[in-house]
Every structure is written in C-alpha cells, then in structure tokens.
Design a binder for this molecule. Sequence first.
Ligand SMILES: Cc1cc2nc3c(=O)[nH]c(=O)nc-3n(C[C@H](O)[C@H](O)[C@H](O)COP(=O)(O)O)c2cc1C
Length: 195
Amino acid sequence: MKKILLLILVIIIIPCIFMFKAFADSSKEIKKGSIMSDKKILVAFFSATGTTEKLAQKLAKVTGADIFEIQAEKPYTDADLDWRNNNSRSSLEMEDRNCRPAISSKVENMESYEVVFIGFPIWWYREPSIIDTFMESYDFTGKTVIPFATSGGSPIGNSGENMQKLASEAKVVKGRCFSVNESEEVLKKWASEWL
Ligand SMILES: Cc1cc2nc3c(=O)[nH]c(=O)nc-3n(C[C@H](O)[C@H](O)[C@H](O)COP(=O)(O)O)c2cc1C
C-alpha cells in the first residue's frame, strides 16, 4: 500500500510541482521591467498631436498595462486645434461644458480593469471634452481612475474633480502633468501608489 502511495506521489504530484514553478517563472518574465502587480491595469489616452501618446506608451510599459487610444470620430485638424481662434472647433468645444465629442473606438472589456490611467493634453487648463465623453461611456464602479497629462506648462488643474463628477461611482484621484521626456523611474514610482 505504501509503495502504491509513493508511486502516486512520484508520478502525479512531483511533475505538478515542476509545472507550477515553470508557469510562475514565465508570468514573471512577462512582467520583467515593469511593476509587479496583481491588478489588471489599463492606460487609456487621447492625444491630438502625439505628445501624450508617447507618455502613455511609457506608462503602459512600466506598469505592464494594456493600452487603449481614445480616438475622435471626427479627427482634429490643425485648424480645429487653433486655440488662438475663438471659433476653432477646440475653442467652441471647450467653451461648452456640455459638449461631448464622439469617440470612434471602444474598450471591449472595461469591466475587467481595476485601475485605469487616463491621459490627455491640457486644453484650456483642463481635460479636453472628449475625455468627458469617455468618462460617461463606461461604468467605473469600484475602479481607481488616475488622470495624467501633458501640457505647454499648465498643471492638471481641476481635471480630476471634473472627471469625478462625470463618474461618481469611480474613485478619481487628482493626477498630474508630466513632461513627455519623464523618466521611466519617475513614472514607475508615481504609478506604484495605486498598483
Ligand atoms: C486647443 C488647445 C488648448 C491648449 N491649452 C493649453 C493650456 O491651457 N495650457 C497649456 O499649458 N497648454 C495648452 N495646450 C498645449 C497642449 O496641452 C500641449 O501641447 C500637449 O502636450 C499636446 O498634447 P498632444 O500632442 O498629446 O495632443 C493647448 C493645446 C491645444 C491644441
């Protein structure tokens, strides 16, 4: 009887231990260079001219997050982005707090994320209206939302508070602006507070 039990141990249990160890090692490999976190993380971003996109890619890399681009159904032209022109598309959109520019893309599995970083350029000292559309497009219940931005020098201002009002079920933190050249180390340290 003892011999049979020993045989079962050798044939079944020991290989299982080795298989589990190999699996654990391979998942560690995927996370190499990024923060080790059990949480499922998304970096969603809107970027009209590519600056915030670069930062978002760096943030996704150091957090091991999935990345999603918030794209306008009607892409912004240079004329649309002319902030010196009071009648440009961006000026008119930002003047109307109820404006919700349409988004052409959708996060299919938003329910699976616990932590969502949302990146954008600062427009008129706050989040662009398309970010307001994004906030109203999903159920953020139980999720932590962390805004991040690039700008020509302005801080993130009231963006986090504005976004919180549009998704009261989420926990939206203040967030912050970064230079597009911010180091991976700084981003990693900043992001680790929520991971
Ligand atoms: C319509 C518009 C409004 C802007 N308003 C501000 C602002 O209030 N403060 C600021 O520092 N930069 C402002 N900027 C500059 C952008 O925030 C900055 O160039 C940003 O890095 C661009 O990011 P992107 O390339 O991802 O679109 C504005 C740019 C545009 C197009």
